[in-house]
Design a protein around this ligand. Structure first.
Ligand code: 3PG
Ligand code: MG
Length: 405
């Protein structure tokens, strides 16, 4: 991979460092419901402050569409950053113009300033060169610690890197190292678990996995499409009839490439999709006409567990069943425990990511027992699809060379 500069190559003391992070945290009833994204940027913020940088934190928050939306202010998030880091954290009501400039001018070495939501300006999502130039003018150095926003070519993720020496923060560095170790230069054999509802949303991802992995496990409702495509009755299960042809092509391509595809061999079914309905476990092929597949069954879990000792690397995206509705979390939880155990024993490098997957691993209580869990949603998916992410390209291509505007 990637030749990018880290903080090891930056001299930041007394410098104004514009630090792009992802403070797009989940909020429920007006409160931050999960501090993970804030906690994960702490090492970078703390290191910069300790080295005496003047740290200017920028981020988007939600999707205000280029206007000021009071409920999408970063002010409460800045307060949470102060609580989590224990540092002096100030807040400026705008990320551009005199408000931002004055706040930056008052900032002392080792202090932290959070600027208001970049998406309050339309130029952010348009990657407006003028907005990128104005943001860059606030600082001497750009540090990007927002892997989870790297799939967006925006002014504060991509455009700004044209104007300033650019470095990866510690979270970005860890993320890129973990992801590279998992798919670019993995220890083989490498396996992937891909779950989720729809084949249609994960076609590019599956296509890229076929090229890169030795074993591909397909779970979630998308497995139903693969089963139905082979003429297997799936009752009333969620599936995509218009993807049958594509599913058959994927299976044929996997055979041609020598990639083993693993589909469920049994299923937990119910006639109603709600908490704890009466369930029936059946072998695949015997799903009753009035029932839906809502999780893979215990025989499938055993089959998947039996594959783990044959793998050195595992990439996981997407739950095996409808894990938010009990008891259809059982297979995902059981497999998560087995993956955690193999990882703890040093036999497996396990890398997981994506919103649902993180929630499922948290639910299973093993989020800290994987080799690496990415908090990125869309960026993790696009990386699994083999796409080049603009935020990462911006760090690499110019290699810190300053291009005059
Ligand atoms: C995310 O939460 O996945 C990132 O912050 C990107 O947010 P976006 O999908 O609104 O660009
Ligand atoms: Mg959101």
């Amino acid at each position: 991979m990637a030749n990018f500069k880290t903080l090891d190559e930056a001299s930041v003391t007394g410098k104004r460092v514009l630090l792009r992070v992802d403070l797009n945290v989940p909020v429920r009833d007006g409160r931050i419901s999960d501090l993970t994204r804030i906690e994960r940027i702490c090492p970078t913020v703390a290191e910069l402050a300790r080295k005496g940088a003047r740290v200017i934190v920028v981020s988007h928050f939600d999707r205000p569409g280029g206007q000021r939306v009071a409920t999408m202010s970063l002010r409460p998030v800045a307060a949470a950053l102060r609580d989590v880091t224990g540092l002096d954290v100030f807040f400026a009501d705008d990320c551009l113009g005199p408000i931002a400039e004055d706040a930056v001018a008052r900032l002392g070495n080792g202090q932290v300033l959070v600027l208001e939501n970049t998406r309050f300006h339309a130029g952010e999502e348009e990657n407006d060169p003028e907005m990128a130039r104005q943001l860059a003018a606030l600082a001497d150095i750009f540090v990007n610690d927002a892997f989870s926003s790297a799939h967006r070519a925006h002014a504060s993720t991509a455009g700004i890197a044209r104007h300033l020496p650019s470095h990866a923060g510690r979270l970005m560095q860890r993320e890129l190292e973990a992801l590279t170790a998992a798919l670019e230069h993995p220890e083989r054999p490498v396996g992937a678990i891909v779950g989720g509802a729809k084949v249609s949303t994960k076609l590019a991802l599956i296509g890229n996995m076929l090229e890169k992995v030795d074993v591909l496990v397909i779970g979630g409702a998308m497995a139903n499409t693969f089963l139905a495509a082979q003429g297997i009755a799936v009752g009333k299960s969620l599936q995509e009839p218009n993807m049958h042809e594509t599913a058959r092509e994927i299976l044929a391509e996997a055979r041609a490439r020598g990639c083993e595809i693993v589909l469920p061999i049994d299923a937990v079914t119910a006639t109603a999709f709600r908490d704890n309905p009466p369930t029936l476990v059946v072998p695949i092929g015997e799903v009753p006409a009035d029932a839906m597949i809502l999780d893979v069954g215990p025989a499938t879990v055993e089959l998947l567990k039996s594959k783990l000792p044959g793998l050195r690397t595992l990439v996981w995206n997407g739950p095996l069943g409808a894990f938010e509705t009990p008891p259809f979390d059982a297979a995902t939880v059981a497999l998560a425990h087995a993956v955690a155990e193999a990882t703890r024993a040093g036999k497996l490098r396990s890398v997981a990511g994506g919103g649902d997957t993180v929630a499922a691993l948290k639910h299973a209580g093993v989020i800290d027992q994987m080799s690496y869990v990415s908090t990125a949603g869309g960026a993790f998916l696009e990386w699994l699809e083999g796409k080049l992410l603009p935020g990462i390209l911006a760090l690499q291509s110019l290699d810190g060379v300053v291009i005059p505007s």
